[in-house]
Design a protein around this ligand. Structure first.
Ligand code: SF4
Length: 395
């Protein structure tokens, strides 16, 4: 049993700890005596009483675990659950995913955001089929080499599916460690990540790394939550540095937030009889690979008169006769680092402008929902009055 005695460094007190953690804990300023065995015992006991019953927890199938972990990056469990079930229903094995078209995968992913995850899943599945004959590698070191599988996902798959004793550290784990042990280092730096990693390796229960990692994740998701953690009923209450020092609101240390960039998207719903026009986003930008209507992007809000004088508008309509039949409200859509202000304008045309013929796909308006589109477009298509046009729902 390894016991950590930490007395306040500021007062040049004595620290007795194993070699690895000594250097790290010396930099901290707190008085605490905690036993490593106690940490895992308390955590795993809490998990036994509070664990979430999730489908990917009741399996050791590495493909299922991999899919769940990729879906749950940037996505809450409540939202991710239905996508997980739908995804496995559509692509039950790594071979099904490898053989699927990118469009088919994006369609199932539609609405979940961060579409690079879906594209990487598919190309990783192809790599696994080509290089490993469809067998998902069973070690962290092999998993981490696969596109789209990062430190956290590799740790989760290796420990949950193969019981390899490696950490799976996500934002929940950083938060718990920072609070319980008073770690002020930023987890976004390489040095910070190393420090947190070393601590978790020391703490983890090597005999049941799957249970230990899952327990940490659930503890962070249910008990030691970002805002208003349940400290008064926490089994770590008497050990927790942040709670004892009234620093729960300070830890984990947050870096400076970069201001979200504002973008202004005006989508043109061009109605040509029962047809409309879409194209696929190709640039390395948000929503790469998804379909959208002709877009005019501006750096600031634009009025309708100015829009009709915009070079992109002129490029599309030229001298063709066109009539604006509907202008939507501006809808704000928040992404992690961007704020989008999106507006939809319906324009009726009787003849086909050349550019629409060459640069866009002409599709039946009622077929647009067959394509993978960003959530802002999905929402618009089911809203009144657009639903009448897109969902074949005449008055
Ligand atoms: S006492 Fe509060 S801050 Fe500390 S581990 Fe428990 S819930 Fe988190």
């Amino acid at each position: 049993m390894v016991t950590i005695f930490i007395l306040d460094c500021k007062y040049k007190s004595f620290i007795f700890i194993n070699k690895l953690l000594c250097g790290y804990f010396c930099k901290m300023n707190f008085s605490l005596i905690i036993d490593l065995m106690d940490f895992k015992r308390i955590l795993i006991k809490w998990y036994g009483e509070n664990r979430r019953d999730l489908p990917w927890r009741n399996t050791t199938n590495p493909y299922y675990i991999w899919v769940s972990e990729i879906i749950l990056q940037q996505t809450r469990v409540a939202q991710g659950l239905s996508y997980y079930l739908k995804f496995l229903d559509s692509f039950p094995t790594v071979f099904d995913l490898a053989n699927a078209s990118e469009d088919a995968v994006l369609k199932v992913w539609q609405g979940l955001g961060y579409y690079t995850r879906a594209r990487n899943l598919r190309s990783a599945a192809q790599h696994i089929v080509d290089k490993y004959q469809g067998e998902i590698p069973d070690t962290f070191d092999e998993l981490i080499k696969i596109k789209g599988i990062g430190q956290y996902s590799a740790g989760a798959i290796a420990s949950f599916a193969f019981k390899q004793a490696v950490p799976a550290i996500d934002g929940n784990v950083y938060r718990i460690i920072a609070r319980v042990f008073g770690v002020f280092t930023l987890s976004t730096t390489a040095k910070g990540r190393r420090e947190f990693y070393d601590i978790v390796v020391e703490l983890m229960d090597k005999t049941q790394p799957d249970v230990f990692n899952q327990a940490l994740l659930d503890f962070g998701a249910l008990q030691c939550v970002p805002k208003s953690p349940k400290c008064e009923h926490c089994p770590f209450g008497k050990y927790c540095f942040a709670y004892m020092h009234n620093l729960v609101h300070v830890l984990p240390t947050r870096g400076k937030k970069t201001a979200a960039r504002s973008r202004y998207f005006t989508y043109l719903i061009i109605k040509y009889n029962e047809y409309t026009f879409i194209n696929r986003r190709k640039n390395k930008d948000i929503w790469q690979g998804l379909y959208e209507f002709p877009l005019i992007e501006t750096h600031k809000p634009i009025t309708l008169p100015r829009l009709t004088k915009h070079s992109e508008w002129k490029k599309i309509f030229g001298r063709n006769k066109h009539t604006i039949s509907y202008v939507s409200e501006v809808v704000k859509h928040q992404l992690s680092h961007q704020t989008l202000y999106t507006q939809f304008i319906m324009v009726d045309i009787l003849t086909l402008p050349r550019i629409l013929n060459s640069d866009y796909e002409m599709v039946l308006a009622t077929d647009v929902d067959q394509y993978s589109t960003p959530k802002v477009i999905d929402n618009f298509m089911v809203a009144e009055p657009a639903s009448k046009y897109f969902l074949n729902n005449p008055e």
